[in-house]
Design a protein around this ligand. Structure first.
Ligand SMILES: *[C@@H]1O[C@H](CO)[C@@H](O)[C@H](O)[C@H]1NC(C)=O
Ligand SMILES: *[C@@H]1O[C@H](CO)[C@@H](O)[C@H](O)[C@H]1NC(C)=O
Ligand SMILES: *[C@@H]1O[C@H](CO)[C@@H](O)[C@H](O)[C@H]1NC(C)=O
Ligand SMILES: *[C@@H]1O[C@H](CO)[C@@H](O)[C@H](O)[C@H]1NC(C)=O
Ligand SMILES: *[C@@H]1O[C@H](CO)[C@@H](O)[C@H](O)[C@H]1NC(C)=O
Length: 262
């Protein structure tokens, strides 16, 4: 008796497992009549918000641009000027690797200036940076002391904010009014953060982070309580048995109910 019910339960389970993926696969295929994409009525204007949200991982940069409404300033330059715009877009990794001077304590005006200093109020193709390097320091969209220096070492073009000088290599877009170049560092301006520290060969200080102090007590607790727990091994094994028992019981109940329905 027991063996036959086991067999039937097994068959039922097999049937269930076999049928489940089939229905799951059918489901996504059936709603194939997707809404047909409407033909874009917009003119040639680049939508910077859209561009930055689909290109690269620039979500942090875009979020800051939206927070400060600098995105409107940039978009306005695209919309209403002949000069166009050149934007240096730091990747999400560039923001997440920022530690020493963090952006957390900047005033709104400072943050706005920092973001504006990631753009030039004119379109520059990659080839034109060669000429720009002869006009250092180049005033950014933020104006005043917010400048960038460009260098061109036999085709290797870099942009230098004083704190960072990433390569300008990959262009997200470079079509006359709009150029967006991906950069691997946030261009921290000297005008906000002061003179950059000399490039030391990474002594890795970082003494007062909150994380180590938070982790230390919990690690100590875990270490202290782990030895008593291992001594009281019956606790662990009994909980395992209970789990296995409940699972088995649940399965049997499920199968039994289904057999009743059949
Ligand atoms: C630009 O793109 C964003 C994101 O795709 C969208 O929300 C916004 O409506 C667009 N703006 C215009 C003027 O088309
Ligand atoms: C830019 O132009 C688009 C399309 O004409 C328009 O929808 C958008 O509001 C404009 N944005 C700005 C900031 O001028
Ligand atoms: C930010 O300001 C807080 C409070 O004024 C201060 O404790 C903290 O050290 C500052 N952090 C940075 C990175 O300047
Ligand atoms: C660079 O400047 C020179 C004149 O100084 C000009 O003839 C040349 O076309 C410029 N190159 C680019 C790529 O703008
Ligand atoms: C940029 O170049 C100018 C002129 O060569 C120089 O005085 C300035 O210190 C440079 N700034 C940075 C941040 O390298």
């Amino acid at each position: 008796m027991a063996s036959t019910t086991d067999l039937m339960a097994g068959i039922l389970l097999l049937l269930l497992m076999a049928s489940a993926p089939a229905t799951a696969q059918k489901a996504p295929l059936t709603p194939s009549p997707s809404p047909s994409p409407a033909p874009a009525p917009a003119p040639h204007l680049v939508n910077l918000t859209h561009l930055l949200s689909v290109a690269g991982p620039f979500s942090t940069f875009l979020r800051y641009l939206q927070q400060t409404d600098v995105i409107s300033t940039f978009q306005n330059q695209v919309n209403n000027t002949d000069q166009g715009i050149t934007i240096f877009a730091p990747t999400d990794a560039a923001f997440s690797s920022l530690k020493k001077p963090s952006l957390a304590n900047l005033t709104r005006d400072q943050l706005r200036s920092l973001l504006l200093s990631h753009a030039l109020p004119q379109y520059y193709s990659l080839a034109e940076f060669r000429n720009l390097s002869q006009r250092n320091p180049v005033t950014t969209f933020a104006g005043g002391q917010y400048t960038l220096n460009f260098s061109d070492a036999s085709g290797l073009v870099r942009v230098d904010s004083g704190w960072a000088n990433p390569r300008i290599s990959s262009s997200v877009i470079s079509t006359d009014p709009v150029a967006v170049y991906e950069v691997k560092n946030v261009l921290l301006p000297v005008a906000i953060f002061g003179a950059a520290p000399p490039p030391a060969p990474a002594p890795a200080p970082a003494p007062d982070l909150t994380k180590p102090s938070d982790l230390a007590p919990s690690a100590g607790e875990a270490g202290g309580s782990s030895s008593p727990r291992s001594a009281n091994s019956p606790d662990g094994s009994s909980s395992c048995r209970v789990d296995a028992g409940t699972v088995g019981y649940f399965l049997l109940a499920l199968v039994g109910e289904m057999m009743l329905r059949l």
